[in-house]
Design a protein around this ligand. Sequence first.
Ligand code: FES
Ligand SMILES: [Fe+2]
Length: 470
Amino acid sequence: MTFKTQPQQQHGGDGPFRIADPERIPTRRYYDEEFYKLECERLWPRVWQMACRLEQIPNVGDWIEYTILDKPVILVRTRDGVKAYHNACRHRGVKITEGRSHGNCRGRGFVCPFHGWGWNMDGESTFVYGKHLFSERQLEKADLALRPCRVEEWGGCAFINFDDSAPSFRETIGPVADRLEAHGMSKLRAEWWYATVLPANWKVAMEAFMEGYHVMRTHPQLQRATPAMYRVRYGSDTGGIGQAVTPDMTARQNIEAHFKGLELLSEGMAGMVHAKEVGIARQLLDAELPADPAQAVPMWFGMVQDQITKQLRARGEDIPDLNAVAVSDPVEAVEFLFPHFFLLPTFTSMSSYRIRPLGPESCLFEIWSLTHFPKGEEPAPLMEPTFLPYDSKDFPPIPRQDYSNIPIQQKGLHAQGFEFMRLAKDIEGLISNYQRLIDGYLTGVAADKLTKAANMLGGNFDGKILDLGF
Ligand code: FES
Ligand SMILES: [Fe+2]
């Protein structure tokens, strides 16, 4: 594969700190003020962003606020689906919903706290106090309407985009959206939702989840449980995960090791492997299996998926056939929806992460644990995350371990002589692909090419450096 490489430019029309060598990421992209400003001007206003979970606005009139950088948006459930508006009064710009993050506007609509102008949930102006005081041209209906923001519903979430000419969300994300949907994405509900502020650039935080190469050192408990799995993936052993067996252990011992791995994932990050799924896997520890571990391990996983499907369906959960979707719609351990949202699907549940910049070296990091519930037994929607300090012991162990690296990576990036990160081309490719897609936005690459490149990121976790076509 050949890459079009540009001479390394520090500043200028081609964008500062542009990636010239796909295996090397210039460090100043993670703290330089000018680079951050460019992202604020050219990236964030043009991308699809996960703005809320749909269960947060279940009824007509329910609204919730989403903010990216300094731009507040209101999302509201109307009779015609979810609509979104830029959150500013058309009179003198007061933020209409200041002081509240969500509510219901049915009947009343939205009312500006300053001089009381009003709008209905469709954004139409319904009230201007003392109309006769204004010139007629100031009172045109269309001009008084709240400014709409693009919004698309997918996967149990609403996504917004400030760019009216951007390709649709579905086009941008591409086929991975269908694959995740086949795994029951839109039927998931949040069990818990945590937020923290990390002293790191938003990309440093994202990239901590783009490869599993860090498991050995950062999550040693996972590697200890199933060393063969990690050797196959990152070490010198070859073969697929199906061959992730330790040859000097019996089939039974191999399965116990894999079971321990599932337990640790569940304790470590809830939705990644739900406790109810671990409970079902436990029932199968004594299952009849071939003596050859290479046959027994994949067969056991097949039985676990089959039983999870059957038993959770019997409880009334609307979940897919796990063995069928594993073949028809395979997903990676982590799936990224450019630019700031990603999912960790394992069996029927998922963890979901969203990261927003708060400054060049600070970001807001949120995690949801998502799972299915029988109809009528869904928990009340969570309207606010539980905020914790990033080193809080209340975080599950896996994110806590990840958070321990992120701030110190940010510090190290400033050290003298550290000019660029050096990536493993075959396993850390997603970091390079992500960063070069960002460059595409910053340097004015055409929308169709950006969309094609964004599509390529589906299934790219632990993947190779790709030729993005620009
Ligand atoms: S600023 Fe909103 S009514 Fe005046
Ligand atoms: Fe991790």
